[in-house]
Write a protein that binds this ligand. Structure first.
Ligand code: ATP
Ligand code: MG
Length: 663
């Protein structure tokens, strides 16, 4: 089973005597080590799959890993294995231990837009930048396990001071709604484990071995969770690459790599040096590029895939032309090579860049799927439907209550909701609960109350059915009962209504299929929808060009990669140029380059529209940092920073930081 692993990979797969860290560059088989190790532990060491948990960075990666392990472990041996993200594991823990967290198991998971709404309400402002700033600050504190009282001391600017003052109210509101935010999904289990030794013990016994992929992007709270679960035994394997740390902006901390060594003195560190993914030309460019960063760890990477094609650098006069050029290149390349569209990926820095490429791919009749885009689940029509599901799941979810009862309109006005709200606040209960209490009659006009109670009964009935009937049937009945299609056509223009309704249909089909596949009922599905990003919708197209942000492309590989919009201001992003965080952008570029197996095309525009004006833009400095294996088409040639120069610079930096220079 381990026969096609190379010696260090095999060593990592077989090492079970203590904590293990596989530290290696892109495409060296780190993720592969995890899958093989799981198979090895089950087949050769007699461990039970249900005692093993593998943690991936995205839901999509989890599914891929599950599939790969399934192939290695036939005959039901993989049954009970946990493969999921840290957040999904958190949901499981909080759901099972809900009473310790002061929640009911049907708590709601709020997404970013719900959270923004709550923050706006408690801050009493609709100023987007203030709301966002407050939300970011609170989120960062939660990720670092900083309590409201500690936050007050740490707040060193106006926004943070405001955030610290709102932090307690924010937490109180969430609890009142029986709701959690994403950060709670990690922070709550950590707190629970800290406070209840018996709960921790239960989970330590359940999950006896942990494997963590993309370890470099874990944050402080996730690291703490890992430490708690693996306890003194340190029964885990983490794999990662410090050069691919690209989530610092979300609280991830590469220092967690170094902490492993201090927190686990017996840590076994295994390095992998052979890259199995890319041609040498691509690998050299990636190595030369990343040598411009100061490094935490020394790593080497080589490949025996031969030199391969030169990396193509393409300049286009405008963004439209760039998109068209890429579409044409994909079309002709696929034709010449008799390949599949699924072999091609277009990667970009920001979601907003996708639109032009989508248009051109459509013009050229090229099938594509887009992942990591503006979440499907953020669309108003999907959130409308979701509000009903959330309310069925959790009657305390006031946000869901208000949205559902007012969409479509049922003649319940703001004034009515406000009187109900006042009464609910007096009682310290949710709107839904208050609705059915005796005293409600004194606060709300009888006819209005009757209408609302009717709505409440409707939700209760549906909830009863949702636990017994298939998700598909209940969903269809729900949509029919509330007349949602008609509502769309009454409130929107024809074309918009059609498109919205088709999204709702997609959503229903998708939930129905998911319900069947995972044998989950509608309420179980509804609880975790917030965790699912568009990454998961992108799976259904093996014959389609993949469009993804660089962040979403992590861990993936494609025969042919187009890195687009590689310009100063976009990659590196302007905010990173201003904020002096170029190294993170360089790692992002490194992630992009190392997704490619056979060919890599890098494109940029010479002029780009920005607001109303058209600006001249410069090709990214990163192009010049990739060494000399580049072939230019149009545009001006970047002044190459030679590998020697880059290495000399690196040695100097390492001397400064006291780390060993790479050879
Ligand atoms: P990344 O850093 O991008 O996440 P990774 O280190 O996780 O990369 P994998 O995705 O596990 O790398 O592997 C990269 C490619 O190399 C895959 O196509 C995998 O099948 C192949 N590969 C890994 N190990 C071997 C091996 N020993 N022999 C042949 N192919 C291998
Ligand atoms: Mg990987």
């Amino acid at each position: 089973m381990l026969s096609h692993l190379n010696p260090p990979q095999r060593e990592a797969a077989k090492y079970l005597d203590g904590p293990c860290l596989v530290l290696a560059g892109a495409g060296s088989g780190k993720t592969g080590v995890i899958t093989h190790k799981i198979a090895y532990m089950v087949r050769e060491c007699g461990m039970e799959a249900r005692n093993i948990a593998a943690i991936t960075f995205t839901n999509k990666a989890a599914r891929e890993m599950e599939e790969r392990v399934g192939k290695l472990l036939e005959g039901g041996l993989a049954k009970g294995l946990t493969v999921c993200t840290f957040h999904a594991l958190g949901v499981r823990i909080v759901r099972q231990e809900a009473k310790f967290a002061g929640l009911k198991p049907q708590f709601s998971i709020l997404d970013t837009s719900d959270i923004m709404q709550i923050v706006a309400e408690i801050a009493g402002t609709n100023d987007k930048s203030v709301v966002k700033g407050v939300q970011w600050a609170i989120s960062a504190w939660k990720n670092a396990m900083i309590t409201p009282s500690e936050a007050v001391k740490l707040a060193d600017d106006e926004t943070k001071a405001l955030a610290a003052s709102l932090y307690p109210a924010y937490e109180k509101t969430l609890r009142a709604y029986q709701a959690v935010d994403f950060d709670d999904l990690i922070a709550l289990p950590v707190k629970l484990f800290d406070e209840h030794a018996e709960v921790l013990e239960r989970w330590q016994n359940k999950l006896r071995y942990l494997l963590v992929d993309e370890y470099q992007d874990t944050n402080g709270a996730q690291y703490k969770l890992l430490r708690q679960l693996t306890g003194v035994r340190g029964a885990f394997t983490a794999v990662g690459d410090d050069d691919q740390a690209i989530y610092a902006w979300r609280g991830a901390d590469v220092e967690n790599l170094r902490s492993l060594q201090t927190d686990f003195p017996k840590l076994k560190v295994i390095k992998l040096e052979q890259n199995y993914r890319s041609s040498n030309r691509i690998l050299n460019a990636a190595n030369t590029l990343i040598a411009n960063n100061t490094k935490l760890f020394e790593k080497k990477l080589w490949s025996d895939h031969g030199m391969g094609d030169a990396i193509s650098i393409v300049a286009a006069p405008s963004a439209e032309q760039e998109a068209e050029l890429v579409a044409m290149k994909i079309s002709s390349h696929r034709f010449e090579n008799r390949g599949s569209y699924g072999d091609y990926a277009i990667l970009y820095r920001g979601n907003h860049q996708a639109r032009l490429f989508e248009q051109q791919l459509r013009n050229h009749k090229i099938p594509y799927v887009i992942s990591g885009g503006q979440s499907f689940f953020d669309r108003a029509e999907i959130k409308d439907v979701m509000s009903y599901l959330r309310l069925m799941l959790n009657g305390d979810d006031d946000l869901a209550f208000i949205r559902a009862i007012t969409t479509p309109r049922r003649g319940i006005g703001a004034a009515t909701l406000e009187s109900l709200g006042t009464y609910a606040a007096q009682r310290g209960s949710s709107l839904f609960t208050a609705l059915f209490e005796e005293g409600a009659t004194e606060h709300v006009v009888a006819r209005q109350l009757e209408g609302m109670r009717e709505f409440g009964n409707f939700i209760n009935k549906l909830e009863y059915r949702a636990q017994r009937e298939s998700a598909a049937v209940v969903l269809e009945d729900l949509l029919r009962a509330i007349g949602y299609e008609a509502h769309l056509f009454e409130t929107c223009e024809q074309r918009e209504a059609e498109s919205k309704w088709s999204n709702v249909r997609d959503f229903v089909d998708w939930l129905s299929r998911k319900g069947e596949a995972d044998s989950k009922n509608l309420l179980e599905l509804a609880q975790t929808v917030a965790l699912i990003s568009m990454l998961d919708k992108g799976e259904e197209g093996h014959e389609a060009v993949q469009l993804a942000t660089l962040h979403a492309s992590k861990g993936l590989e494609f025969p042919h990669v187009f890195l687009v919009g590689v310009e100063e201001g976009l990659l590196p992003h302007q905010s990173s140029i201003d904020g002096d965080t170029i190294e993170e952008e360089r790692r992002l570029m490194y992630v992009g380059v190392t997704r490619a197996r056979r060919t890599l095309t890098i494109s940029y525009c010479e002029r780009r529209k920005s607001g109303k004006e058209i600006r001249t833009v410069e090709p990214s400095r990163f192009i010049g940092e990739m060494g000399d294996g580049l072939k230019y088409t149009g545009g001006k040639k970047a002044e190459p920073v030679s590998q020697q120069d880059a290495l000399a610079k690196l040695a100097k930096l390492q001397a400064m930081f006291g780390t060993k220079p790479a050879s």
